[in-house]
Design a binder for this molecule. Structure first.
Ligand code: PLP
Length: 368
């Protein structure tokens, strides 16, 4: 195995990603909710995005315009949605390339209208309502409603598609019946004033699935924007103890090669100062331990503690930009230089690994 490939390798199981997407699409559809499949966690890779499309996601969404433009060129067969409030400097590229964007600024919407008019194209907007997480969105609902009415009544090329909220990102707020009902009330007020239904009432991301699973989702919510639960499924299962039957957690597997195996003390020798990233780690003296160095580092994975070793008895103890150290003392296998270890992951390593040019991607696809 060691000679055939150059590591690190990221194995991507397309069938598993399809399975997860399909399960969640079915679950949501049964409850009157469509899914916007969020592709920013894997750098908008078209091969992976196609699985989300095949599984029935209604839109393909990302925070990064470049990824949506790439997917458009690739010919993705769904409407695209920009989920980060657009920069004024990217509007020219966004209009005509992206179908929908989330918005919270009057000035930005005005500029979208001007560019749409010039290009003779339509653009749909979802106005964001901040229900307490304190990232994007109108905190003042009157302001949101005023902009909604202005778009509906005065703009020609910008279309009011719906409203939405984002929860659990900056403020770490949990979705609740209260905060999502607040969004629904705003939606109802707008609908009364414009005399038609909004197409989209978007109730958040992966974390909002908890309300659905508890049977408490307000019925007016008809869209969720999902990335994490489709891709790694750690949040619901590991942090919140919600188990959706049959969702995979090993869609992405990192293979990294060992470059050194030695017995060493577990406590550094000399005056402890700062590590390579300016942090002051705490070390526990566990005596002499057998450990291995892998040729992968923070540049590829972000933080090592978001990786999950697949072999029993392996513990990740540290990393710098290009190295990762694992304690292998308790591992039953005879681990040696050249061996390759496998790791599952939470969201952040997927984000870094998929975007890294130094990491080879291998796609697994068996079923179809
Ligand atoms: C990233 C993002 C999502 C998707 O979040 P997940 O936790 O991956 O499901 C949804 N909405 C917005 C606005 C985002 O930025």
């Amino acid at each position: 195995m060691a000679k055939k490939y150059k590591y690190p390798i990221l194995q991507i199981n397309l069938d598993y990603i399809y399975d997860n997407s399909k399960k969640l699409v079915d679950l949501c559809n049964q409850n009157g909710i469509c899914i916007s499949g969020v592709v920013k966690g894997f750098n908008g890779d078209p091969k992976i995005a196609e699985e989300l499309v095949k599984a029935g996601c209604e839109h393909i969404a990302s925070a990064r315009l470049e990824q949506l433009i790439k997917l458009k060129k690739h010919g993705i067969a769904k409407q695209t949605m920009l989920v980060r409030i657009p920069m004024l400097s990217e509007l020219e590229d966004m209009v005509g390339n992206v179908d929908i964007s989330l918005n919270s600024e009057w000035e930005t919407v005005e500029n979208i209208e001007i560019i749409c008019k010039k290009k003779k194209v339509i653009h749909k907007v979802v106005l964001m309502c901040d229900v307490g997480d304190l990232r994007e969105g109108f905190f003042n609902t009157e302001e949101l409603i005023n902009l909604a009415l202005y778009i509906e009544n005065s703009l020609q090329y910008v279309k009011l598609y719906g409203i939405g909220t984002n929860i659990g990102c900056y403020g770490s707020i949990n979705p609740s019946v209260e905060n999502l009902s607040q969004l629904c009330l705003v939606a109802e007020e707008i609908e009364k004033k414009i005399g038609r239904n909004l197409e989209l009432v978007s109730g958040g991301a992966t974390t909002s699935l908890t309300l659905l699973l508890e049977g408490k989702m307000p019925t007016k919510i008809n869209n969720l924007r999902i990335g994490e639960a489709i891709l790694v499924n750690r949040d619901l299962q590991d942090l919140r103890k919600f188990n959706i039957e049959g969702l995979h957690q090993d869609n992405f597997i990192l293979n990294a090669q060992i470059v050194e195996v030695k017995d060493k003390p577990s406590y550094p020798i000399g005056e402890i100062f700062f590590d390579a990233f300016g942090n002051k780690p705490v070390y526990t003296d566990r005596g002499i331990r057998k450990r291995a160095i892998l040729a992968v580092g923070k540049q590829d994975i972000g933080d090592h503690d978001k990786l999950i070793p697949m072999l029993n008895g392996i513990q990740i103890i540290g990393s710098s930009s290009d190295h990762m150290i694992v304690d292998i003392q308790d591992c039953k296998q005879n681990i040696k230089v050249g061996d390759v270890l496998e790791f599952m992951m939470q969201y952040p390593p997927m984000l870094y690994l998929t975007a890294s040019k130094n990491v080879k991607k291998i796609y697994k696809k068996n079923k179809r």
